[in-house]
Ligand binder design. Structure first.
Ligand SMILES: C[S@@+](CC[C@H](N)C(=O)[O-])C[C@H]1O[C@@H](n2cnc3c(N)ncnc32)[C@H](O)[C@@H]1O
Length: 214
């Protein structure tokens, strides 16, 4: 899988199809979070979340892991163009499934529109990798698509999600073909949902999870 070919088009496509809706999801909890010491951003892409994160958490260190070199280049360029100091940011070009983080390092994980790229077995593997790397009181921000339980909202979401998978599987060779709800993999591993906000008829969710007690 590679997002390299999509990287130059990601921003305008998002703007055309969703306006600022996804960015609202990404940043919904940024200012309510306790100040992060060391944040881990998995698959942050072109750096739009990173930019807002650094403004809201100016003392945090940040590690960004992304499998797409083109996405990382765009993130760097975006932040440099805006005069953002990148001294506290480490970009790692790696497959998160094959990456070994240091234990007990991160008090914040951010996985926006990231888990929808993976099959269930790969998500389980990612959680195995991340578990030891997060502190015992870590916070976790996660925005993604979802399919509501019933009604027109469900029908609409299924149509949109199916179209997206058709497109992304064609262009990026995405291994996933369906969404796995976050609660199915985070709750059994001891994460608690502190807050969830839904938008777009329930098609989008943005979550604030905590490790341990919410
Ligand atoms: C759907 S995009 C989401 C980008 C961004 N987080 C957002 O909110 O729009 C998925 C991102 O995850 C990265 N990615 C996909 N698979 C990955 C993997 N196995 N390891 C690391 N990054 C990966 C892609 O390169 C891309 O930047």
């Amino acid at each position: 899988m590679s997002f390299d070919s999509l990287a130059p088009h990601y921003r305008w496509m998002e703007w055309l199809l969703a306006g600022r809706k996804l960015q609202h999801c990404r940043t919904a909890f940024l200012r309510g979070l306790p100040q992060a010491r060391h944040a881990l951003l998995l698959g942050d892409g072109n750096g739009r979340f990173l930019e807002e994160f650094l403004a809201a958490h100016p003392r945090a260190r940040v590690t960004c892991v992304d499998a797409s070199a083109a996405m990382i280049r765009r993130a760097r360029a975006r932040l440099r163009a805006r005069g953002v100091d990148l001294a506290a940011v480490e970009f790692i070009h790696a497959d998160a499934l094959a990456w070994t983080p240091s234990p007990g390092t991160y008090d914040l994980a951010v996985t926006h529109f990231f888990f929808d790229c993976f099959r269930r077995d790969q998500i389980e593997r990612l959680l195995e990798i991340l578990g030891p790397a997060l502190t015992s009181d870590a916070q976790w921000l996660l925005a993604d698509f979802r399919v509501p339980a019933s009604g027109f909202a469900r029908w609409r979401a299924r149509w949109i999600v199916r179209s997206m998978y058709l497109f992304f599987r064609q262009v990026t060779d995405l291994p996933a073909s369906s969404l796995i709800p976050a609660e199915e993999f985070l709750v059994p591993r001891g994460y608690a949902l502190r807050e969830r906000r839904l938008s777009e008829w329930g098609l989008l969710h943005t979550d604030w999870w905590t490790r341990g007690v919410a």
